[in-house]
Design a binder for this molecule. Structure first.
Ligand SMILES: C[S@@+](CC[C@H](N)C(=O)[O-])C[C@H]1O[C@@H](n2cnc3c(N)ncnc32)[C@H](O)[C@@H]1O
Length: 456
């Protein structure tokens, strides 16, 4: 069926860019019909070619910029935009921080919530920050390559300098790539579901320099594994752990269920807020260590902790926030769905001689209901959920426990605002400005800390 729209596919138009979506696409309108265009910024005038038309909106490709924004960074590497590694690198960093603040503010305004949002806390050097890489391995022109997928595709673009990663991690990926080439380990081929090596994971401790290499394979055995391991460890003395993860599936999930230790320890160690943490391959650990220290210090400060208090740390991962809070309170309860992460959390409590933290594996929403039924009465609940935010049943159990404060660390302002509305209906209100912290410079992601107080 032909749809009658003000723009036609493959036609070119001159447009004014009016806004930037939360995904970092410029927005123009023709007769109120939106066109989303990569690599364009508000205030710019652009010639664009329409690439896709839907019923209510369309996508365009930038042909030329007729007028440029004063916030534009010139001469950026297009591969970082094409792959989504750094979709905002063409926007000056100050403007990125404003964009993130306004994005959060607008969501609260749309929900008709009267909440102030502070300027985003940024980084002095907003690149080379990531302490973890997860790169696909594919064959291109007969050669094993590492890089990143073109956005919305599985076409690999070979990349050597990842720009936002710790340069030592970039170097390690190249060492591992060259070792795999040298010993003729076949790259995974998605089409035929054959070949061996699917992904390389590299983690590096910011303070310790300890490195972990993860090799995700389609096969149970990694061919030439002894030589692969020997050569990697000879060339990269910082490597303290090499783990093979076996992923036999033909799906998109990166990890399979089984890990096999090929070298060293099951985990590497790093420090955060002066504490030592064991981090294993599948455990969540924030990717920007210096900003994480700012984020967690702020969240803990806002929780007003004292030595007589009991706190819950929901979605606790390897116990980073729990153990940082344990030093200030009577007791901490942590819950997390990934069993390996809870194993790490228990090791971490021991490593730091902390014995007032209790960790449980489980779904936070189910464990909260259990704790609530068992009469647990936390003074503060700290939550740091994944992008989908809190389950409604979690919020109900949390409110029934009647804590004075709920401190919410969020990596998705849309679900934060959704959850804030439910919390407000249950008597928890935001009385101080929300603080965005830039955990992911050059990308569209934004992290926030929000405090909910019990209204008596
Ligand atoms: C944003 S991370 C925060 C982890 C931890 N607070 C940290 O900063 O290291 C979210 C965590 O929630 C866990 N998770 C996801 N869904 C969960 C659920 N339903 N119940 C409990 N934990 C869950 C993930 O495995 C992940 O460790």
């Amino acid at each position: 069926m032909k749809i009658d729209t003000p723009v036609i596919k493959n036609n070119e138009y001159e447009v004014n860019i009016m806004d930037l979506t939360y995904q970092g696409l410029g927005v123009a309108k023709i007769d109120d019909f939106p066109i989303f265009i990569e690599d364009t910024l508000p205030g710019e005038v652009a010639k664009v070619k329409i690439t896709k038309v839907n019923k209510n909106f369309s996508f365009g490709k930038l042909i030329t910029l007729i007028k440029k924004s004063s916030d534009r960074v010139e001469d950026v590497n297009r591969d970082y935009i094409k792959t989504g590694i750094a979709p905002l690198q063409h926007l000056k960093y100050d403007a990125q921080l404003n964009f993130k603040q306004h994005q959060v503010q607008e969501l609260f305004e749309k929900a008709k919530m009267d909440v102030d949002v502070l300027p985003t806390i940024g980084m002095d050097t907003p690149n080379k920050y990531r302490n973890k890489a997860q790169v696909p391995v594919r064959k291109i022109h007969g050669k094993l390559e590492t890089g990143f997928y073109r956005r919305h595709s599985h076409d690999l673009i070979p990349i050597e300098d990842f720009y936002i990663q710790d340069p030592k991690i970039d170097e390690a990926i190249l060492v591992v790539r060259d070792v795999l080439r040298r010993f003729h380990v076949a790259p995974y081929n998605e089409g035929g579901h054959n070949g061996v090596i699917r992904n390389i994971i590299v983690r590096r401790g910011y303070y310790t320099g300890e490195m972990m290499i993860g090799l995700v394979t389609r096969t149970k055995k990694l061919p030439m594994s002894d030589l692969v391991v020997k050569t990697i460890t000879e060339q990269l003395p910082e490597v303290k752990s090499i783990i093979q993860n076996i992923n036999l599936s033909d799906g998109n999930a990166i990890f399979g269920k089984k890990n096999v230790k090929l070298f060293g320890k099951n985990y590497i160690e790093d420090k955060l807020l002066g504490l030592t943490f064991a981090i294993s391959l599948n455990s969540f650990y924030q990717v920007n260590p210096t900003q994480t220290e700012k984020l967690y210090s702020l969240a803990i400060e806002k929780a007003n902790l004292t030595s007589d208090k009991t706190v819950i740390d929901a979605y606790c991962g390897i116990g980073t926030i729990s153990l940082a809070m344990a030093q200030h309170v009577k007791k901490v309860y942590g819950v997390e769905i990934v069993a390996n992460a809870i194993e790490d959390a228990k090791i971490n409590a021991q490593k730091n001689h902390i014995n007032n933290a209790r960790f449980v594996v489980g779904k936070a929403e189910e464990q909260m209901a259990r704790w609530q039924e068992n009469g647990l009465k936390p003074d503060v609940i700290m939550v740091d959920p994944p992008r989908k935010g809190l389950d409604e049943s979690f919020i109900n159990s949390a409110a029934k426990m009647n804590p004075q404060k709920i401190v919410y660390i969020s990596c998705n302002p849309a679900t934060l605002v959704r959850d804030a509305q439910i919390l407000s209906d249950l008597g928890y209100e935001i009385n101080q400005p929300v603080q965005p912290v830039d955990q992911f410079p050059q990308t569209v992601h934004v992290e926030t800390v929000t405090v909910f107080d019990k209204i008596n």
